[in-house]
Design a protein around this ligand. Structure first.
Ligand SMILES: C[S@@+](CC[C@H](N)C(=O)[O-])C[C@H]1O[C@@H](n2cnc3c(N)ncnc32)[C@H](O)[C@@H]1O
Length: 249
């Protein structure tokens, strides 16, 4: 087997950086292919696995190579408190598109229409993973696989299909667009086949997406408040879907 640095360099350009123990743990749980994983303290990382993630302890034992603190620092933009980092193979666009297109669907697809904030996108991917959503689709220029989004997603990009698409390429299914001017969401049961769309932090839903929407839904909010944060809006909507029948197991 080649040394971890050589393997790291061989994959660094097209792989996804998993920054920290928890990102690696999540990626392993959801079947990510991990060509290389390093730690500054193998014993500490395996002890953490025994304490918090016994299900992936043996996989980590087989994967993790100990490196010096200097080597680790040269591989990551900023050191993580757990001293763990790994590279994962990004799922192919074709595989994600197949997942997004598959019908009947057992859980909604979340659409972020031209999101601007990388942290919001990561938080939404984490939410989608938690609720078992089919995928997270972004429109516009933000790359949902940007390292900052992956960091915010805590390794959960591998638990849901994450892709960027045009509004004209969105998956089939009734499109529910969330907007403070819509009808109260509490009167609607969201179907598993739903496509749930949310507007940009700056300007809300685009005209193109509004034109495609089958329903406009509002989250309950006092009149003097203009809007909620994007990620919290996704959280409330997925919770509403789960609370009205579509629950994660
Ligand atoms: C920060 S808000 C956008 C605010 C933006 N300035 C605007 O003009 O709409 C981001 C997105 O969260 C969702 N959202 C926020 N508050 C909402 C509410 N009360 N009801 C439904 N959706 C909401 C919408 O999809 C909105 O486009």
């Amino acid at each position: 087997m080649t040394d971890p640095l050589t393997r790291w360099r061989a994959h660094a350009d097209d792989a996804v950086l998993l920054d920290g123990f928890h990102a690696l743990k999540h990626a392993l749980r959801f079947g990510a292919e991990i060509p290389v994983a390093v730690t500054t303290d193998r014993a500490a990382a395996l002890a953490l696995a025994e304490e918090l993630a016994g299900d992936v302890r043996d996989a980590l034992d087989a994967l993790l190579t100990q490196v010096s603190a200097e080597t680790y620092a040269s591989l990551v933009p900023r050191p993580h408190p757990t001293g763990v980092a790994a590279l994962a193979v990004r799922p192919s666009r074709e595989a994600n598109l197949r997942t997004l297109a598959r019908t009947p669907r057992s859980a909604p697809v979340v659409v972020l229409d031209n999101p601007r904030n990388l942290g919001n996108a990561g938080a939404v991917i984490r939410l989608a993973a938690g609720f078992g959503a089919t995928g997270v689709v972004t429109t516009g220029t933000l790359d949902p696989w940007h390292p900052t989004v992956v960091r915010g997603g805590a390794g959960l990009h591998f638990a849901t299909a994450v892709e960027r698409l045009g509004v004209d390429e969105l998956p089939a299914g009734p499109l529910f667009a969330l907007d403070p001017e819509g009808e109260d969401i509490r009167g609607t049961k969201l179907p598993d086949a739903a496509v749930l769309a949310f507007g940009s932090e700056r300007s809300g839903l685009s005209a193109e997406l509004r034109a495609r929407a089958d329903h406009l839904l509002a989250l309950p909010m006092r009149p003097q408040v203009s809007s909620y944060n994007l990620a919290t809006s996704v959280a409330m909507t997925l919770y509403h879907w789960s609370a009205t029948g579509g629950a994660p197991s």
